[in-house]
Design a protein around this ligand. Structure first.
Ligand SMILES: [Zn+2]
Ligand SMILES: [Zn+2]
Length: 162
């Protein structure tokens, strides 16, 4: 995804905006692959400040993911606000532009990764899978009963309470 910034560079300080819909390449992150089957929606504003281009905006996308607890597939909706700085000769923490064009694909991917929760859950109170039989506990009790193998830190306590 690209924007032409030639006009902005000619008119320092003036703000330009665009609303775009496009494809984003798959992201590989911590052994997981994230895809964007519906593409992504991007709102962008940019202006040249005499040295570089300030780009602000928002990215919205729907990403098919797997629940970290019960392994069910669900769609995670990501919404990321960003504010970035582009320069021809970027310094640390900046992005580079070339030929009066900004390709902001990498920046969008970085913002997706930053905004992904460390644990993706199908719902906040997902009960996960039974550690003994593997049943999905969201669909009801599997009948295994509470853990009694000693790994439960409260097992001894319930004995004392009896
Ligand atoms: Zn789940
Ligand atoms: Zn079970």
């Amino acid at each position: 995804m690209k924007i032409d910034i030639a006009e902005a560079i000619k008119s320092t300080g003036e703000e330009f905006t665009a609303q775009l819909h496009g494809a984003l390449p798959d992201i590989e992150f911590l052994g997981e692959r994230y895809t964007f089957p519906d593409g992504v929606d991007v709102r962008l504003s940019w202006r040249y400040d005499g040295e570089g281009v300030i780009v602000t905006g928002r990215l919205d996308a729907r990403i098919p993911v797997r629940c970290a607890r019960c392994l069910a597939e669900f769609t995670y909706t990501i919404g990321a606000d960003f504010a970035e700085y582009y320069k021809k000769q970027p310094e640390e923490g900046m992005y580079a532009y070339e030929d009066e064009t900004i390709d902001f694909t990498q920046m969008l991917e970085d913002n997706v990764v930053i905004n992904l929760p460390s644990k993706l859950l199908c719902r906040e109170d997902c009960k996960g899978l039974c550690s003994r039989c593997g049943a999905d506990l969201n669909k009801g009790d599997c009948g295994c009963g509470p853990e009694t193998d000693g790994t439960n830190p409260f097992a001894g306590l319930s004995d004392k309470l009896k």
